[in-house]
Design a protein around this ligand. Structure first.
Ligand code: KIV
Ligand code: ZN
Length: 522
């Protein structure tokens, strides 16, 4: 069967979701999983945007062997050079150049005419071909660009050396029929597309909830690359969801008659990892990977599924990697079983990281009789964070008095002990309206990082009263939003860990910015 390329942009457009910033070890882990998932192209970042992005595109280029690693660049010389340098170590490297083409972007954003836009795009593409022959060009806001201009710039981009033309629906404005027509039109009008074997690509945003439908329509009309993200994360309402596109093409192969090279059994682990590391929770009823995607509540449906699964299930959950019975580990489980399970969950950490996580697993198994997959994921995600932590929690003492009658009142005090990267131990004491408030004030005193708590969520990761508690928070620091996640069988400790992970994330962002300033000299 013919195949369509899957271009994953979780680490670039996906990371542009507010609060979803990832650190380098997290990005590397996701990149490894994307490669084993079988994605054809990994868009690893936007190298000019920060030193951190440059370093992560470079590091991903160094480790990925099977997928193409792509760096994004505006149509300007310094962007192209930065992207070219970042992908230099890649076995297969691509530069993705973009320049806005719609009238509204030409007049109000770029303030440039059509001719100049063609000229700078052509120059940028030519410059990019000096680094790699694999150059993709995106006329940004293509879905709102006049057909004639789209034809003109596509022809010029191909002549300049672009081998993939991506037609983004940047603002999620397109409809399936209209978006499909753009592809059919260009293929009809520009013989160069067929002659040179140019790949046309879709890139859809979900503002009107049509990103997946639009992408599939593009495929029906000749697109042979789809740009998408795990769980559909991305700018605003997100991008087209990889898992939905892959499973639509697979489940309705009778209709689309085109496949992908994706190993669908890795979809669920990938969804979990991206959600855990970005802090972006997957809605329960999300297609393919939501908690309810394969749950049958109605008695009639349950009866039907028990008699013959296909009566109400169009996909077998195991085909997307949802385990039938999740294997439960316990305190007698050895290193081998632990490592095996961790690999099945999609983690490919170093032996050292696995060993450190194994020690924590043993401690957890002593507290809890049964250790579930969710507990293991929590341990592994924690392990990724620790390799980068600026502040580490070493001690926590919290006292709280609650008066419930006649008026509910709580006063609490917290003493928090942290270790910083230099190994220095710092202690802070604070009082607050409740234990979490007191703890967070104590941490602020030590770290001297003022921030506003804008979201705090707590849930049990698994069942039972000895379950691990997960706390997810979002902080706002001078307009910058970051998330944090903490896990422990003690919910106060989980709360402190979540706060510290957010603070550490803020710290690494501040370092990135400092480096960019040094690099660009502004
Ligand atoms: O949505 C968009 O237009 C983009 C481009 C950079 C391809 O993300
Ligand atoms: Zn986009």
């Amino acid at each position: 069967m013919e195949t369509v390329r899957i271009f994953d942009t979780t680490l670039r457009d996906g990371e542009q979701s507010p609060g979803a910033t990832l650190n380098l070890p997290e990005k590397l882990e996701i990149a490894r999983l994307l490669e084993s998932l079988g994605v054809d192209v990994i868009e690893a970042g936007f190298p000019i945007s920060s030193e951190g992005d440059f370093q992560s595109v470079k590091a991903i280029s160094e480790i990925v062997q099977k997928s193409i690693v792509c760096g994004l660049a505006r149509a300007t010389p310094k962007d192209i050079d930065r992207a070219g340098e970042a992908i230099r170590p890649a076995k297969y490297g691509r530069i993705h150049v973009f320049c806005a083409t719609s009238k509204i972007h030409r007049d109000h954003k770029l303030r440039k005419g059509k001719e100049e836009i063609i000229r700078i795009s052509v120059e940028a593409i030519k410059q990019a071909t000096a680094y790699t022959k694999d150059v993709e060009f995106s006329p940004e806001d293509a879905s709102r660009t006049e057909f004639e201009f789209l034809e003109e710039i596509t022809q010029a981009a191909i002549e300049a050396g672009a081998t993939t033309i991506n037609l983004p629906d940047t603002v999620g404005y397109a409809t399936p029929k209209g978006y499909g027509e753009i592809f059919a039109h260009l293929i009809r009008k520009l013989p160069i597309i067929k002659e040179r074997g140019i790949i046309l690509s879709s890139h859809c945003h979900n503002d009107l909830g049509m990103a997946v439908a639009n992408s599939l329509s593009a495929v029906e009309n000749g697109a042979r690359q789809v740009e998408c993200t795990i769980n559909g994360i991305g700018e605003r309402a997100g991008n087209a969801a990889l898992e939905e596109i892959v499973m639509a093409l697979r489940t309705r192969a009778d209709f689309f008659k085109i496949g992908t090279r994706i190993d669908a059994t890795k979809i669920f682990p990938a969804s979990r990892m991206v959600s855990n590391l970005t802090g972006l929770v997957v809605q329960r009823n999300k297609a393919i990977v939501g908690q309810n995607a394969f749950a049958h509540e109605s008695g009639i449906h349950q009866d039907g599924v028990l008699k013959y699964r296909e009566t109400y299930e169009i996909m077998d959950p195991t085909t997307v990697g949802i385990p039938k019975n999740s294997l439960v580990l316990g305190k007698h489980s050895g290193r081998h079983a632990f490592k095996d399970r961790v690999l099945q969950l999609g983690y490919q950490l170093s032996d050292e990281q696995i060993e450190a996580a194994f020690v924590k697993f043993k401690a957890l198994a002593d507290k809890k009789k049964e250790v579930f997959d969710e507990d293991l994921e929590a341990l592994m995600d924690d392990q990724l964070k620790i390799s980068r932590g600026v502040f580490e929690l070493c001690g926590l003492h919290v006292t709280a008095d609650s008066i419930t009658m006649p008026e509910s009142q709580t006063s609490a005090s917290a003493t928090v002990t942290l270790r910083d990267t230099n190994g220095e131990i710092r202690q802070g004491l604070a009082i607050g309206d409740g234990p979490v408030d007191a703890m967070y004030s104590a941490i602020q005193k030590i770290t001297q990082i003022e921030s506003r708590l804008i979201d705090y969520r707590i849930r049990a990761v698994t069942k039972g009263k000895e379950a691990m508690g997960e706390v997810q928070i979002e902080l706002d620091h001078s307009g910058q939003r970051v998330h944090g996640r903490g896990l422990s069988t003690d919910i106060l400790e989980a709360s402190a860990l979540a706060y510290l992970s957010a603070i550490n994330r803020l710290r690494s962002l501040a370092n990135r910015e400092r480096l960019v300033t040094q690099h660009t000299g502004v």
